[in-house]
Design a protein around this ligand. Structure first.
Ligand SMILES: Cc1cc2nc3c(=O)[nH]c(=O)nc-3n(C[C@H](O)[C@H](O)[C@H](O)COP(=O)(O)OP(=O)(O)OC[C@H]3O[C@@H](n4cnc5c(N)ncnc54)[C@H](O)[C@@H]3O)c2cc1C
Length: 502
């Protein structure tokens, strides 16, 4: 069979997954519906995406972060006066800003001075370009203008059909976005909640731009956010909730703008418009036999607070090495199913985060009362730190059972006496047994797993009191022990992930 894995969709999640699999020496085909990757919705300002801590760590762990243009902040697009008035917001929850000065980062003990930033911005187009380049370097076959229309699977293979061809592989991953053809063709249930509002992203010439305020504005009828003059995002709560290109006429969009801004704003010309909603749904299972889902194909929710891309890239980082080990026959039984076990609860949490925001943004007296309380709490140090931690994904932890408190966390980016950081050591996509002197016979412990696990005895500037750690290829700590307390459980943990080499 020519391909180990076929991926539907060359969005950021499909491309990143393709890179992960190809890094682990899998033969990968990506089928992409669009003939041309260029779209105004992937470019500044609509295409701007906030990348959170787990994404930045993942990109660093594959040496992709340096290639990406990720400004800390964009230049303020409005006047100097507007810039001076802009609060020093680090992010928002339901449109309520949290202040960088209020965040107490000592509450995040596993972040070190060498950690990658907590959040940066990137253009979707730039991210996709960097991932496409890397995929090409790794030998991924990307075919554009090939929409997946049907699929079939047997016990040991999949066949993927487009209008013009059929492709055979061992596994199929649907990364084909919110309206995933793979999800619809497979035996998946997409369960969740219906939307409460319609969102609009538009680029327009306004007859009198001064009628609308810059930035995010909550009104008694909804919300509008003017990121650049004429680039508007709107939420309308009282016009029904729908995702429909028929709603994108100048007349309709202007009526919505006037309603949500409580103004007489006039659109002189409408250049681009699209709609979105807060529909929140998640596949109940991420796997149906040889077919898996990742990214928006597996879960959708409102883009409030910018979580969807980060969630999807986290799926890809979690799935890639497990699927590759399954392809190569080195995965322990059940490893592939741990993808669902580990990622589904994280997806559920993000959906709830978006639902909570939609409720708080609804222009009703009840929601306004709740908003005032949440807003007060967010001005406190603990409140701002909690919200920032959730928005930036800092506290994210997989449930790997009762072990060391670090188990299931993203590994701190230790700076080692060898001159490397842990992030740099993970770039070959192998697991790492990092011995700070806490193991009795560390090298011998992973003998028989050399293709999967690299052993390194080293010292770090700040070892956080640890004796040793086993770090998975995705940068998650699988096992850790404190200095002088080797619990002797490492061999069992290794056997949970990999089969010994023959
Ligand atoms: C206005 C807005 C702002 C957002 N802001 C943020 C943010 O700041 N941070 C954040 O994390 N997320 C944000 N998101 C969400 C984020 O953009 C998505 O979650 C992310 O793009 C999902 O990536 P994906 O690769 O799973 O899907 P997509 O990006 O949708 O890519 C899917 C790909 O599959 C292709 N495809 C579709 N059907 C087929 C088929 N049948 N066969 C083959 N290919 C197919 C598509 O052409 C596309 O290239 C935002 C979303 C919106 C709408």
């Amino acid at each position: 069979m020519k391909y180990d894995v076929i991926i539907a969709g060359a969005g950021p999640v499909g491309l990143f997954l393709a890179c992960e699999l190809a890094l682990a020496r899998c033969a990968v085909l990506v089928l992409e519906k669009a003939a041309d990757p260029v779209s105004p919705f992937k470019q500044f300002p609509f295409g701007i995406r906030g990348l959170s801590a787990p994404t930045l760590e993942a990109l660093d762990r594959r040496d992709l972060l340096n290639a990406l243009d990720t400004p800390q902040r964009r230049a303020h697009p409005f006047s100097k006066e507007a810039q001076a008035q802009a609060p020093r917001q680090a992010g928002h929850f339901a449109g309520i800003g949290f202040n960088a000065d209020r965040i107490d980062s000592t509450q995040w003990p596993y972040r070190l001075p060498t950690s990658t930033p907590t959040s940066l911005m990137s253009e979707m187009a730039a991210l996709e370009a960097v991932l496409t380049d890397r995929a090409a370097q790794l030998g991924v076959d990307i075919k554009r203008g090939q929409a997946v229309t049907a699929i079939s699977q047997s016990e040991d293979a999949v066949t993927v059909f487009t209008d013009s061809a059929a492709f055979g592989g061992r596994w199929l991953v649907g990364c084909d976005g919110a309206r995933s053809a793979v999800r619809k063709a497979g035996r998946f249930t997409f369960a969740g909640t219906e939307p409460s509002f319609t969102g609009y992203s538009i680029k327009a010439d306004l007859a009198d731009p001064s009628v609308l305020a810059p930035g995010r504005n909550l009104t008694s009828n909804g919300m509008y956010f003017q990121s650049q003059p004429g680039f508007l995002v709107m939420q309308q709560f009282d016009g029904g909730a729908a995702h429909d290109t028929g709603l994108c006429t100048l007349e309709h969009v202007q009526a919505v703008l006037r309603r949500v801004s409580n103004s007489n704003a006039t659109i002189a010309a409408l250049h681009t418009a699209s709609t979105w909603t807060d529909r929140a749904r998640q596949a109940t299972e991420y796997r149906d036999g040889r077919i898996l889902l990742a990214g928006d194909a597996a879960h959708i929710h409102a883009p409030l607070g910018g979580q969807g891309l980060n969630l999807g890239l986290g799926d890809a980082m979690n799935l890639g090495w497990k699927l590759a080990a399954t392809v190569h026959g080195t995965a322990a039984p059940g490893l592939l199913d741990s993808y669902q076990r580990e990622r589904h609860p994280i997806g559920m949490r993000v959906l709830d985060w978006s639902r909570a925001q939609a409720v708080l943004m609804t222009p009703t007296p009840e929601a306004n009362a709740l908003r005032a309380i949440v807003s007060d709490l967010m001005q406190t140090v603990d409140g701002a730190t909690y919200i920032a931690g959730r928005v930036w994904g800092i506290g994210t932890r997989l449930d790997l059972g009762d072990g060391h408190p670090l188990d299931g966390h993203s590994v701190p980016n230790f700076a080692l006496d060898t001159g490397a950081t842990v992030g740099e050591l993970l770039r070959d996509g192998r697991a790492l047994l990092l011995d700070f002197g806490g193991l009795r016979s560390g090298d011998a412990l992973v003998r028989g797993y050399r293709g999967q696990i690299r052993y390194l005895a080293a010292r770090a500037h700040d070892q956080l009191g640890l004796g040793a750690l086993l770090i998975r290829p995705d940068g998650i700590v699988a096992w850790a022990c404190d200095a002088g307390v080797d619990t002797g459980t490492l061999a069992h943990v290794v056997a949970r992930y990999w089969l010994p080499e023959r």
